[in-house]
Design a protein. Structure first.
Length: 649
């Protein structure tokens, strides 16, 4: 399980890819080289010297506006920078901006999390891609890493020349994590000597913007220790994280295997990373759909006891294919529900195809409802801190959810309450749940107010997930887009563990008439099919109560309802205008099944606190698809290598 703990991740990238090429070094000084500015000299290969050492070359104003200038000499200083020093990157008291200052300076600082640090506005040059180019004796080519004068970086993937001979670079744009944190991206960890790849920043860089060559190691390893690169201080700039922004959704991801440098120090198999984090993981889920015993035809019994690992005999070409197919068809991913309430999330997860293993909530009424509907799951009436005392064999699941109490962060909240401090503690406790349950994927659902009004709190939650080693994405989902008959937005967070692919958000399934999607759900479509005499559906009692003496106008029920809340929601009443909704109607508007059973106490509060099951189902179906794609590809690859044991299936 700890087999990777001693593997260093810093990489000596090959000099073929990263080393600059210069003319003869005729300087007597160790701190500079003479650069011949004859642009034709690069045509003579005998005059080029490949630099294989980890030196850092300062390049000041190498590119002239006119390449036909007379031949002259320039000096380029070689500056060995101790990147282990923390002097430049330390954050001292007084360096933080106040909130007011940050608001005023935000446009200049580029601190908005939806964009990379501000870059000069420029049109993409009409240039042609060249395999390499030589300017004043220095060879530039893909694979090199450059620091720019604005203190950002680029890993070159393409070199371009325009019709005037001007040189531009295109590639992975990189920024120091600590600079980004200072400029408002508080969801990032402030790791020293670490860079973030801004995936959406595709601006071209002119040679005039380049300061020097640097060494940057791209790795998909999760937690390299400082001791792993102490022997090579010139090469300890690292990139492990990338940021991708699509519309209003943001993700911070650890690099994939294919994005890491092709070096044994930097590139690791996903299953190695997963096993190092959570131990042996059974592909396609840790729960059986039903018994998988052999019934002839050479089917392998996956459930029988083995004295040791049983490996697939690849001399029978079709056997491993049949075993993988059998495992995919017979297994389910396990699920744990933190702060489960009445079970809205678990209901959607079960419909999506997950096996519900456990849930917990501190409300005795909510856990009573949960147990009525999930008889095979363990449900504890406890707070998260007591629940975390359970052992790892019980706690570990494939997929985990946490929806801490959100009233403190709700846009509807206007006054402080005695429970605010406890709710703040709970919102950060999801990181503890992540460490204990070690899920392959974790989800959170919260009110939009956490992101819009308490962004500093939200950023710290995301930062905690990333520091543990999880890739994270977040965005607002409109419930109406997924079949929920409510105009309600919810903040959804999806996090994937080491070695996992980060699942995407589900695409909308419902839309307006002009779309090709299913019709949007309405009040009438949600409640019209409730049978007379259904549990929690006493219409006569509701009519008797009326609307507390208020006169309400009837309205068209072929429209979405207002947001369901713990008190029912403002202006939420039956379209007839004669009564309020029954508890069963409230439950159906929240997309609970007609047969879902509630207890006798705090029913409306349980319904209002719940995540709509239909929304949860859409999220978890996407997660299951992602996990199955990951496991299928891994099973096939490891079977091809002869590494796939029965213990993994």
């Amino acid at each position: 399980m700890d087999q990777l703990s001693d593997i260093p991740c810093s990489s000596r990238a090959s000099s073929e890819a990263l080393g600059p090429v210069i003319l003869d070094d005729d300087s007597d000084s160790d701190s500079s080289v003479t650069i011949d500015n004859d642009t034709d000299s690069g045509l003579f290969d005998d005059d080029l010297i490949e630099v294989s050492g980890p030196n850092i070359y300062v390049i000041d104003d190498l590119q002239s506006d006119n390449h036909s200038q007379p031949r002259q000499q320039r000096k380029v200083s070689i500056e060995a920078i101790d990147l282990t020093s923390d002097v430049q990157d330390s954050i001292n008291e007084g360096e933080y901006l106040t909130e007011g200052c940050l608001v005023r300076l935000a446009p200049a600082l580029g601190g908005d999390e939806n964009s990379a640090p501000a870059e000069p506005c420029r049109e993409r040059p009409a240039g042609r891609v060249v395999p390499e180019t030589c300017v004043q004796g220095i060879l530039y080519k893909p694979g090199q890493s450059l620091e720019l004068h604005d203190k950002s970086y680029i890993r070159v993937t393409n070199v371009l020349e325009d019709t005037a001979g001007m040189v531009y670079f295109r590639g992975r744009r990189l920024y120091k994590l600590r600079d980004l944190v200072r400029n408002g991206k508080g969801y990032l960890p402030a790791w020293r000597n670490e860079l973030l790849w801004a995936v959406n920043d595709d601006s071209d860089i002119s040679l005039a913007e380049v300061k020097r060559f640097v060494w940057i190691s791209f790795t998909n390893y999760i937690k390299p220790e400082p001791a792993q690169w102490e022997h090579d201080p010139e090469r300890n700039l690292f990139c492990r994280l990338k940021e991708d922004t699509v519309s209003d959704r943001i993700s911070i991801q650890y690099l994939s295997r294919g994005e890491a440098d092709d070096s044994p120090r930097c590139r690791f198999e996903p299953w190695q990373l997963r096993q190092n984090w959570r131990g042996l993981t059974r592909l396609f889920g840790d729960a059986a759909k039903d018994a998988c015993h052999a019934h002839g035809d050479g089917v392998i019994d996956l459930e029988q006891e083995h004295s040791g690992p049983v490996f697939i005999d690849l001399t029978e070409p079709e056997k491993h294919d049949r075993v993988i197919a059998r495992s995919k068809a017979s297994r389910k991913y396990t699920f744990g529900d933190g702060f489960c309430g009445a079970g809205g999330v678990s209901s959607g997860a079960r419909k999506a195809g997950l096996d519900i293993k456990w849930g917990f909530d501190k409300s005795p009424y909510a856990t009573s409802t949960y147990r009525r509907n999930f008889k095979t799951a363990t449900c504890e009436c406890s707070d998260i801190f007591d629940f975390l005392t359970n052992g790892p064999d019980f706690m570990e699941v494939d997929v985990c959810h946490g929806s801490p109490p959100c009233q403190t962060f709700s846009p509807a909240k206007t006054i402080e309450s005695a429970s605010d401090d406890a709710n703040f503690a709970c919102i950060f406790s999801c990181a503890d749940l992540m460490k204990k349950a070690k899920p392959r994927v974790l989800t959170m659902e919260e009110t939009s107010g956490l992101y819009e009004r308490h962004r500093h709190v939200f950023h710290r939650v995301i930062q905690g997930f990333v520091e543990i080693g999880y890739s994270v994405s977040w965005g607002m989902l409109h419930c109406l887009d997924y079949g929920v008959p409510q105009r309600r937005r919810r903040l959804i967070v999806i996090a994937s563990g080491p070695g996992e692919t980060l699942p995407g958000f589900p695409k909308p399934t419902h839309g307006p008439p002009e779309s090709d999607l299913l019709p949007q759900a309405t009040i009438n479509s949600a409640i019209r099919n409730i049978p007379p005499g259904a549990r929690d559906h006493d219409v006569e009692a509701a009519l008797g109560r009326g609307l507390r003496g208020e006169h309400k106008l009837p309205f068209d029920g072929d429209q979405p309802a207002m947001t369901m809340t713990t008190g029912g929601g403002e202006n939420n009443y039956h379209p007839s205008g004669k009564r309020g909704y029954t508890n069963r109607e409230f439950a159906c508007l929240q997309t609970f099944d007609v047969g879902y059973r509630f207890g006798k106490h705090e029913v409306r509060k349980q319904i209002g606190n719940a995540v709509p099951p239909v929304l949860a189902k859409a999220v978890y179906r996407e997660i299951i698809k992602s996990l199955r794609r990951t496991d299928s590809a891994e099973a096939e690859e490891r079977a091809r290598r002869g590494e796939l044991g029965i213990d993994y299936l």
